[in-house]
Design a protein around this ligand. Structure first.
Ligand code: NAD
Ligand code: GLY
Length: 381
């Protein structure tokens, strides 16, 4: 396996990256079996030797005991709260329930929350940490590939409302991200692939060599080759840390992380944000559409768009809406969803577009007739 990006180092030690945000800077630690060593990583960061682990029912069965054991062994008092699994948990009702449980425990300002799970648990726990007692510390222990390469890093926390996804939340950074690659062994293939779409995203944004590396080694990442997986996670986190460090609140470069998301969110919204289409699957289809739109507008070589589609399809990700069984798609309805997206400014829909692989830019305000044409072609594919 070639490692062009230079993140790879000594395999006996975890990779350690830093998100540079002044007094709110923190480390991302990536390696195998890190949960067993969680005490040594977490104890030095605690204001008080008390943590509350927040997890979901699926992850609790698989990884909670190991984390509780590791922390207890380090002399930390541990409480745990198990939430229902699934997107519906990112709701006001569950925020109210979770804050209520924490206040019943009589937590203090020095208590630290630990989010053990995927993006749902990370987003919810981060938001609850931001508002409980006007802000307490939290740590991310991400257990899905999507959470390890994206949602646990960068401090976007929040919940969904009937108005849409992630519309209520806060920028609130964790004190540490501890990504144990061994947790991915228990993740099902569909969820793993959905997370892989976000890995590909970093190559497409501005790391063309990483995309090339994924074309050669992506199957190893998915099949569980430890070195390949760790490399992919580290390069992804390094890219995200760099972008967040430059633009924490998304007033500029951070918007590039939304590559494929304007299309993807519209597809997800049409599916009611259900398991019919996972977030990463929507992003995969959306990235293909963003490249196709870039070609249509004469910005990007057709061969680059074809490479994106080929690679995503080669690992088994969906690349067109037709992969969702039994759903009737309408370009008009998808454009309607885009109009309700967070990425709308002054009534105009902003896209991340590409001049080629690794050459994305933002914002690009595009005539909606061009967008509709790309959607219609994709729907017919
Ligand atoms: P998720 O948290 O729902 O996890 C997916 C499923 O996998 C769940 O059923 C969960 O119980 C299960 N699971 C988690 N870890 C497991 C493991 N190790 N083994 C077996 N099963 C496991 O979904 P996700 O894809 O991790 O995250 C999606 C969420 O992340 C969405 O709400 C999205 O909005 C959010 N997100 C946030 C950001 C951000 O920057 N904050 C970025 C991208 C996505
Ligand atoms: N996942 C997009 C962001 O963190 O900005």
């Amino acid at each position: 396996m070639n490692a062009p990006n230079g993140v790879l180092g000594d395999r006996s030690k975890p990779d350690r990256l830093r998100v540079e945000l002044g007094s709110r800077s923190y480390d991302i630690v990536i390696g195998r079996n890190l949960i067993a060593a969680a005490g040594e990583h977490i104890l030095p960061l605690l204001a008080k030797r008390h943590v509350v682990i927040v997890t979901d029912a699926n992850v609790a069965k698989l990884h909670l005991e190991a984390l509780e054991h590791a922390l207890t062994q380090a002399g930390i008092d541990v409480d745990s709260i198990i939430m229902p699994a699934g997107e519906a948990t990112k709701s006001f009702a569950e925020v109210e329930r979770l804050t209520g449980l924490l206040l019943d425990m009589k937590i203090e300002r020095g208590t630290t929350l630990i989010a053990l799970g995927g993006g749902v648990i990370g987003d919810l726990t981060g938001f609850v940490a931001a508002i409980t007692l006007r802000g307490i510390d939290f740590i991310q222990v991400p257990t899905t590939l999507l959470a390890q390469v994206d949602s646990s890093v960068g401090g976007k926390t929040g919940i969904n409302t009937p108005h849409g996804k992630n519309l209520v939340g806060a920028f609130y950074q964790p004190r540490l991200v501890l990504a144990d690659t061994a947790t991915l062994d228990t993740l099902n293939r569909r969820e793993l692939l959905a997370g892989y779409a976000e890995v590909v995203k970093y190559g497409l944004i501005d790391e063309p060599d990483f995309f090339k590396w994924l074309e050669a080694n992506g199957v190893d990442v998915i099949e569980g080759d430890e070195a390949a997986r760790r490399h992919a996670i580290s390069v992804s986190c390094r890219a995200k840390a760099r972008i967040v460090g430059a633009d924490e609140r998304e007033s500029g470069a951070r918007a590039l992380l939304n590559l494929g998301h304007t299309f993807g969110h519209a597809l997800e919204a049409e599916c009611g944000f259900s398991d019919e289409l996972l977030h990463g699957e929507g992003v995969a289809i959306g990235m293909v559409m963003a490249f196709d739109l870039s070609v249509t507008l004469g910005l990007c070589p057709a061969e680059d768009a074809a490479r994106v589609q080929r690679h995503l399809a080669s690992v088994g990700l969906p690349t067109a809406p037709g992969s969702v069984q039994g759903r009737f798609w309408s370009a008009e309805r998808l454009i309607g969803h885009m109009g309700r997206d967070k990425k709308v400014k002054d009534g105009r829909v902003g896209f991340v577009l590409a001049r080629g692989i690794g050459q994305t830019f933002h914002p690009a305000y595009v005539d909606l007739a061009e967008v509709a044409a790309v959607l219609e072609t994709a729907i017919a594919a």
